[in-house]
Ligand binder design. Structure first.
Ligand code: 5GP
Ligand code: ZN
Length: 114
């Protein structure tokens, strides 16, 4: 989608600090990090949010989660952990309507969210 920020990052039109890329998925640093570690993992294809995920996307979302885990480990989060978050629509606090997994770590995080 031409007006989607993350589609434009996936196609290279908008620059981002990429951590990983293959044919299907992309991981990049969040522009407004909420901790020492904060990156996003997205599918390259435009899926608006997790409510729109199809059963045919199960391998894709599994690969995204596994890549999120591997990159979190690379960034030093293996021992103390991190927060793996998918915000969805307005009540979930989603601000970019292209499915993404946040990985936030490097500091203790509070729970529950406000
Ligand atoms: P959401 O609130 O939708 O779960 O999270 C969207 C995230 O995307 C936010 O953490 C925000 O900082 C990040 N973000 C928004 N625009 C950009 C951008 O242009 N580049 C990057 N790297 N991150 C962005
Ligand atoms: Zn998109």
């Amino acid at each position: 989608m031409s007006n989607c920020i993350f589609c434009n990052i996936a196609s290279g039109i908008i620059p981002a600090q990429k951590l990983y890329e293959d044919e299907e998925i992309l991981a990049f640093q969040d522009v407004s990090p909420q901790g020492p570690v904060h990156f996003l993992v997205i599918p390259k294809k435009h899926i608006p949010n997790i409510m729109e995920l199809e059963v045919t996307d199960t391998l894709l979302i599994g690969r995204m989660l596994h890549k999120a885990q591997a990159l979190a480990q690379e960034q030093g989060c293996a021992e103390k952990g991190a927060r793996f978050v998918i915000n969805c629509k307005s009540h979930g606090g989603q601000t970019v309507d292209h499915l993404h997994i946040h990985v936030i770590g490097g500091r203790p995080l509070g729970w529950p969210p406000g």
